[in-house]
Every structure is written in structure tokens, then in C-alpha cells.
Design a protein around this ligand. Structure first.
Ligand SMILES: [Zn+2]
Length: 67
């Protein structure tokens, strides 16, 4: 048989790194945030290489600025 499989992947908005594929959006979000410590900042998703902790504002912020 042939069946359609929809996959969800977390993609870093900083470096475009792709996290593991999951069958549900919820699981993709869970794996990225809980297992891999990715963070959502201002509606965008960043891997641990692309965000840093800002001691002055006590907030996480992206290391790279997007054009
Ligand atoms: Zn990244």
C-alpha cells in the first residue's frame, strides 16, 4: 500500500539546523524544547547554539540577528 506520512521538524531560525522528525507537531516541539533545549524567542525557534542568556535583562536572546 501507499500511505501519506506527514512529518514535523523543528528548524532553528538562526542557523537552519533541523531537529529530528516527528509524527506530530506536539512531539516535535517537545523533543526540541525538553530534550534539546531549543527555545522559542519572539515567535521564532532557536537551537542552543543560537541563543544566549542576557544577564542584564534576565532573558534569553538570539545570538544572530536576522536580516
Ligand atoms: Zn541554531
Amino acid at each position: 500500500m501507499i500511505r501519506e506520512v506527514t512529518m514535523y521538524q523543528a528548524v532553528c531560525d538562526g542557523c537552519r539546523k533541523v531537529n529530528s522528525s516527528c509524527k506530530t507537531k506536539e512531539k516535535a516541539e517537545y523533543i526540541a524544547s525538553v530534550w534539546k533545549r531549543w527555545k522559542e524567542i519572539d515567535g521564532k525557534l532557536y537551537c542552543p547554539d543560537c541563543y544566549e542568556y542576557d544577564k542584564e535583562t534576565n532573558e534569553y536572546k538570539p545570538k544572530v540577528k536576522e536580516d
